[in-house]
Design a protein. Structure first.
Length: 640
């Protein structure tokens, strides 16, 4: 794979497709060279042209007129690009077009029909999908979807019956127009991208584009709905893989649905929102939901809107945007209550219980603990009435955050242990990992580092099995902190870097900031005050949350230690004094560790300075507010 980050330029230039492009580009423009700046575009061209030698040669010839980056950007219309844009030219002047035309003209009528209809698939397809989308006698299974879709183009006449699909696929494979591959023990089919674009043009020319794309939307709407149900059960690992494999098709289905502006779009968006949440596609999902929910046709007080709003709030929470996540969750709850009041309540209690559960999560910060307890308790009560083990287990886990934050460890443990038992009964691997993460947090609060490491390790394994990147990032951070507590600073740094990488991928800024904070502590402990200062400075914007200021106090502790290392003992004493005073105003996880770190720094400084000098600087620090302490820590103070 030429995109392997471990490969250097010379190694990449040895790949046959890349070497062919460069040779032909130099022939077309003798001064052409591959540079660090255009290498990525060269790789993209070779990959997107599927390594087809003729296509690569034609693309390389274009360097006379275009930069490599421009060629890569124009490949979506590759036939026009590679033939000079003259669609009326003689076949020998349209070499790539002529080559594929020749293959296409050798196909039977049914083969041509199937070829063009398969072009709606993105990233490949199964035999089942091909039969549902391409066969003329297909009967749709989504009556509600059809009623709500403006383009009523589902019927397809002639050419292919469901029983013909397998034989026709085999013929297309034999003629090298369709590729077959085995993924996770299942057979899938795909086009080379060049063939797919050609076939799609034929689909549009045949006037079947709307009908086949609606079929595709039908099929993948059904797949998404089934996947949403299966992601929380014993088959969740297999279903996660299936949804990942067909993710390009799910995305393409939603893109087509949005163009139709229908209630079905909102229903699919709500289903996709849960998939985004579970697959960790937060950055992609949020803009989709925000755009869809703002459309005039999506403003009705419906169950579909309530569900989509809830998962918008979930995605915002998952990225650490707690302040923004509350508004869509509260609107979702309001709609569910309205629907329950005007109809049979039990029909809407499931949606209400779920939205209350996630609002509890968003409210689990010091300023809203009591609201979180009220909403979490209502969610638990509703799930018990419904008899849903998964929903009840998740709500118990989330509700446990409240007593844990308030120091009632016995109640927190009771809730967490009941949650874990329910997840086990349901056979939910990810759920067990979620409950174990809570038990790890509880052990950290109580200073039981051995139990913290044990629970974190078990939880990480379970969340890794289910591809839960958010859980992995959080647990790697916990294991990194465990190493810090145990004095394994080099190992802590390695683990925390992995957590930071995942958090950046997810776009969760508070998680990024917490990893940076712990990396800052590791750097101080390793005597690297410059790196510590860089990590803390980078973390501050995301940690500066007025509703939950606790982490900023820890920053002050790290900055005090860094000031000591860089020869500023008076600044360090003032920061230690400020942290000591601020500790009395907060209650938060692992406070005992940070207090011990602060006391250790202060003791070393007390031994270094005269008692009077120390006492004055300490008192000055004790009088500082949190914001004043942070600002002072970042000042370019002269060496004391």
């Amino acid at each position: 794979n030429p995109q392997d980050p471990g490969l250097g330029m010379q190694e990449i230039l040895q790949y046959e497709a890349v070497r062919l492009f460069v040779d032909r580009a130099v022939a077309a423009r003798p001064d052409f060279t591959v540079t660090a700046g255009n290498l990525a575009a060269v790789i993209q061209i070779c990959q997107r042209l599927d390594g087809i030698p003729l296509a690569i040669e034609l693309a390389a010839a274009r360097v006379r007129l275009l930069q490599v980056e421009q060629i890569a950007a124009r490949l979506d219309d590759r036939f026009r690009l590679l033939t000079g844009g003259n669609r009326a030219a003689l076949p020998r002047q349209q070499t790539l077009q002529a080559m594929i035309d020749w293959s296409h003209n050798l196909l039977t009528g049914p083969e041509q029909t199937l070829l063009r209809r398969l072009s709606v698939f993105a990233g490949g397809w199964t035999l089942e999908a091909a039969e549902a989308v391409s066969a003329a006698s297909h009967i749709g299974q989504f009556d509600g979807f059809r009623r709500n879709t403006r383009i009523q183009g589902f019927p397809l006449s002639g050419g292919v019956s469901p029983h013909d699909i397998l034989d026709l696929l085999a013929q297309l494979i034999d003629k090298s127009l369709v590729m077959v591959e085995e993924l996770d023990g299942k057979i899938r089919y795909r086009f080379l991208e060049t063939i797919r674009q050609y076939a799609h043009e034929k689909l549009l020319e045949a006037g079947e584009g709307d009908a086949v794309r609606n079929r595709h939307l039908e099929f993948f709407s059904k797949l998404a709905e089934e996947g949403e149900r299966r992601l929380d059960g014993p088959e969740q690992v297999a279903w996660r893989q299936r949804l990942e494999t067909d993710y390009d098709n799910l995305r393409a289905a939603l893109q087509w649905a949005v163009q139709n502006n229908t209630e079905a779009t909102l229903q699919l968006a709500g289903t996709m929102a849960y998939i985004w949440f579970r697959l960790g596609y937060y950055t992609e999902g949020r803009p989709w939901l925000e755009e869809i929910l703002a459309q005039p046709w999506a403003l009705g007080r419906t169950a579909a809107r309530a569900k989509a709003l809830q998962f918008l709030g979930n995605l915002q929470w998952a990225q650490g945007d707690l302040a923004r996540s509350r508004a869509p969750l509260e609107e979702s709850i309001s709609i569910w209550r309205e629907l329950a009041a005007s109809s049979v309540p039990t029909a809407y209690n499931r949606g209400l219980a779920s939205a209350l559960c996630y609002l509890t999560l968003a409210e689990a910060v010091p300023s809203t603990y009591e609201q979180a307890r009220v909403h979490g308790s209502e969610s638990v009560t509703l799930w018990r009435e419904i008899g849903d083990k998964y929903g009840l287990a998740l709500s118990l886990r989330i509700l446990a955050n409240v007593p844990m934050n308030q120091g009632d460890y016995a109640e927190a443990r009771q809730l967490l242990e009941e949650s874990l038992a329910l997840f086990r009964d349901a056979g939910d691997i990810r759920g067990q990992g979620i409950a174990m993460t809570g038990l790890s947090n509880l052990a950290e609060w109580q200073g039981d580092i051995t139990a913290m490491r044990s629970w974190s390790g078990k939880a990480l394994d379970m969340r890794h099995q289910t591809g839960d990147k958010w859980g992995e990032a959080s647990l790697l951070s916990a294991l990194g902190r465990t190493d810090l507590y145990e004095g394994n600073y080099e190992r802590a740094r390695g683990v925390l870097k992995k957590s930071l990488s995942l958090a950046l991928e997810l776009g969760n800024q508070p998680m990024v900031a917490r990893a940076l904070l712990s990396l800052g502590q590791a750097a101080v402990s390793l005597g690297d005050h410059e790196r510590a200062l860089a990590h803390i400075t980078e973390s501050l914007p995301a940690l500066h949350d007025p509703r939950n200021p606790n982490a900023l106090v820890f920053c002050v502790v790290v900055l005090a230690a860094a000031a000591t290392l860089r020869g500023q003992p008076l600044q360090a004493v003032r920061l230690c004094g400020a942290a000591d005073a601020l500790f009395k105003t907060i209650h938060t996880p692992f406070i005992h560790y940070w207090r011990a770190e602060n006391d250790r720094t202060a003791s070393a400084l007390r031994a270094q300075l005269e008692e009077t000098v120390f006492a004055i600087a300490w008192a000055e620090g004790q009088a500082m507010s949190l914001d004043q302490a942070v600002a002072y820590a970042l000042e370019d103070a002269p060496i004391d």
